[in-house]
Design a protein around this ligand. Structure first.
Ligand code: HEC
Length: 186
């Protein structure tokens, strides 16, 4: 029994010591461009998934009607496209530079059409800790968050008017400054 307890103690000391050396020696990755730490992705995904299963709303208070999708597209272009890209754009370079990357939500790989809209609602409302995904609780109403969540849920079958509303606005043409009158010499 004594040996067994000693074994456990030695194991605990080795694991803690190893972790201490890993984090204090500069071996642990800190750059957004670095590779993930061992188990980092797995642990983060597991924690998020279990939180969503318990806390995400299970009933969806809005329908995927065109009006809601259009309102969602408006929110998306304003608040999300910078990181998550649009169907028309090649993909967000800034989103690709983050760790973890911001998934491109209108590409086949990045779509969240299989997620229940309540999961997306929870992520947008609360944000995802230690990632670039902000909480929009203070920036958007619950209604707007449902609308953008519904848009992402329907991302692979949007009516043409909604798809068109996702096109990034053309860059404003700078107004030519009026020619200044030449200074008068006295
Ligand atoms: C500043 C950049 C940024 C902005 C702005 C942003 N996001 Fe995110 N978002 C991220 C990042 C980074 C992740 C990846 C988090 C992760 O890997 O866990 C993410 C994750 C997500 C996910 C989860 C995707 C998945 O595959 O599970 C959804 C859904 C999402 N964002 C929706 C939105 C919506 C809707 C908006 C606008 C209201 C928005 N995001 C604005 C950076 C951003």
């Amino acid at each position: 029994m004594g040996r067994f307890i000693l074994g456990i103690l030695v194991g605990v000391v080795l694991v803690c010591g190893g972790a201490f050396i890993y984090f204090t020696s500069g071996m642990a990755p800190v750059a957004a461009t670095a590779q993930p730490m061992p188990f980092e992705r797995l642990l983060a995904k597991m924690a998020l998934h279990n939180k969503l299963r318990s806390d995400a709303p299970k009933t969806v208070p809005i329908k995927p009607a065109t009006g809601n999708l259009l309102a969602g597209a408006h929110v998306y272009v304003q608040d999300c496209a910078f990181c998550h890209g649009t169907p028309q754009a090649e993909g967000s370079v800034e989103g690709a530079g983050m760790f973890p990357h911001a998934p491109q939500l209108f590409t086949r790989r990045g779509m969240v059409t299989d997620d229940p809209p309540g999961f997306t609602f929870w992520k947008v409302k609360n944000g995802i800790r230690l990632t670039g995904m902000p909480s929009f609780e203070k920036a958007l109403s619950d209604q707007q968050i449902w609308q953008v969540s519904m848009l992402l849920h329907e991302a692979d079958k949007l009516p043409p008017s909604v798809a068109a509303a996702l096109a990034p606005a053309p860059a404003p043409v700078p107004a030519t400054p009026a020619a200044k009158p030449a200074p008068k010499h006295r």
